[in-house]
Design a protein around this ligand. Structure first.
Ligand code: PLZ
Length: 451
């Protein structure tokens, strides 16, 4: 058993150390400056300002160091300053920061497309387009699906999160904070029931039956031949790290294939080794028609992509897809280096190792603590759902209290979930075992103290 990630060396000491009185004076002063100039609508989870980050550690401007169990929301899988990524960015930026691929193309964009066509599931002919954010990738996947099918309707699911732009808000399920008062929303979006094993009325319902439930609703309420695309997160992220019952995704994908509906897997959060596979759909052998990617793809640099069937992507007329910054050359260099590091460090295996290490601890916690209602996830995308003891009633207050208690001890923990009662673990995949175990022990103590 490896105790630390293969041949990973850290620049910063991998240890949490927080003063009793944080946020410290520099973070407090920066927060004051921020309040005067940054819109209140952008909220931050942690009240300190970052000075440095490496491996599983984030340093703030006052000399505190925190264990990072969030990876900037599943982005810094290779760490926030992976030497290969940093080197590739420096090298690229010294030559050109931008030319615009739509004006004067460059090799990096093509090389990233080659890598994505290779790594995404399926050995069919594929094409790739690069963008900047996850939401932009989702928007473009839907554009392609509508154009290629000549249909309008798009099916999304309960608990879904797909972004904050107008169409992706419409696709997103949760009103507060994402949608409330931001309408009107894009039309022709239909929401179907998800497979959410922990909260099913009939806990015995299989994945295939849950898929049938959604498919019947699609056929009755929309009509299969009206549907351009189904979009689904193979493991839902913001909605609560919901892993659908086995068989749910394959049955939906099979129905979509049969009806000429484009099956879009939104792997913005679950992709790039996060779940112990390159993509979460691989766990069930599902081959999406289009896959959306972002976050972990480029070691922290802003880059997103859609990769899909060549016949769908090439149906779009020249000039129909693009954007000024899409596939920025520095971000492409970072993506190539980051994919290289994932392969070199064996981060799929590392994510599986994290699962082995953490799931056992979380299950112990669930046995000990009746407020831990469910433990779930794959690889390094793990979660616990907190409830009122003796019921499945969501416990968002406890969830907040636990996250706050962890932070006080120097552990950054993110929450999520439709009911705000899920604690999610998304450590950088390069985190050392020691740091991860230390973080988990802080989490366990925080639950015990607050339950
Ligand atoms: N699809 C599955 O998880 C981004 C957003 C957090 P962008 N999730 C984190 C927040 O509060 O804004 C996400 C995702 C899935 C799409 C997106 C959108 O990706 O890069 O944030 O646009």
């Amino acid at each position: 058993m490896t105790t630390t990630a293969n041949d990973i060396t850290y620049r910063l000491e991998q240890k949490r150390r927080v003063q009793a009185d944080f946020p410290g004076p520099k973070s407090i002063a920066l927060t004051e400056r921020r309040k005067a100039v940054v819109a209140a609508g952008v909220a931050s989870t942690v009240p300190v300002f970052v000075a440095d980050a490496d491996g599983g550690i984030i340093h703030d401007v006052d000399g505190n160091s925190f264990i990072d169990l969030g990876s900037g929301i599943a982005v810094t899988s290779v760490g926030a300053s992976d030497p290969a990524v940093v080197g590739a960015v420096k090298e690229a930026v010294e030559h050109f920061t931008h030319t615009c691929f739509m004006v004067t193309p460059y090799e990096g964009y093509v090389a990233v497309a080659e890598q994505l066509n290779r790594l995404t599931p399926g050995d069919h002919e594929k094409r790739t387009v690069l963008f900047n954010s996850g939401a932009e990738a989702v928007e473009n996947a839907v554009k392609v699906a509508r154009l290629a099918t000549g249909r309008d309707a798009v099916v999304a699911f309960d608990h879904a999160y797909h972004g904050r732009t107008n169409l992706t808000m419409a696709l997103t399920a949760k009103a507060m904070p994402y949608k409330t008062n931001f309408g009107p929303f894009a039309p022709e979006v239909y929401r179907m029931p998800m497979s959410y094993p922990y909260r099913e009325e009939n806990p015995a319902i299989t994945g295939a039956e849950a898929a049938k439930r959604a498919i019947t609703m699609i056929e009755k309420q929309i009509g299969g031949e009206q549907v351009a695309a189904i979009i689904i997160e193979p493991i839902q992220g913001e909605g609560g790290f919901i892993v659908p019952a086995e068989g749910f995704l394959p049955a939906l994908a099979a129905w979509a294939r049969d009806k000429g509906v484009v099956f879009i897997a939104d792997e913005v959060q679950s992709g790039f080794c996060r779940t112990g596979e390159w993509f979460a759909v691989n766990h069930e052998g599902v081959v999406p028609d289009i896959i959306t990617m972002a976050k972990g793809i480029a070691g922290g640099m802003p880059l997103s992509a859609i990769t899909g069937r060549a016949d769908l992507l090439d149906a779009v007329h020249p000039g129909g897809l693009g954007g000024t910054y899409g596939g920025n050359p520095v971000a492409c260099a970072a993506a190539l280096a980051s994919i290289g590091s994932m392969e070199q460090y064996g981060l799929n295996a590392r994510a599986k190792h994290i699962e082995e290490l953490a799931l056992g601890k979380l299950r112990e916690l669930a046995t000990d603590q009746p407020v831990v209602g469910d433990v779930r996830g794959r690889g390094a995308m793990l979660a616990i759902e907190l409830v009122q003891a003796g019921s499945k009633e969501p416990n968002p207050e406890l969830t907040k209290a636990v996250a706050a208690a962890c932070l006080k001890e120097g552990v950054i923990i993110l929450t999520c979930g439709t009911y705000g009662n899920v604690i999610r673990l998304l450590p950088p995949l390069v985190i050392s075992d020691e740091l991860l175990l230390d973080g988990l022990q802080v989490l366990a103590a925080a639950i015990k103290a607050n339950a």
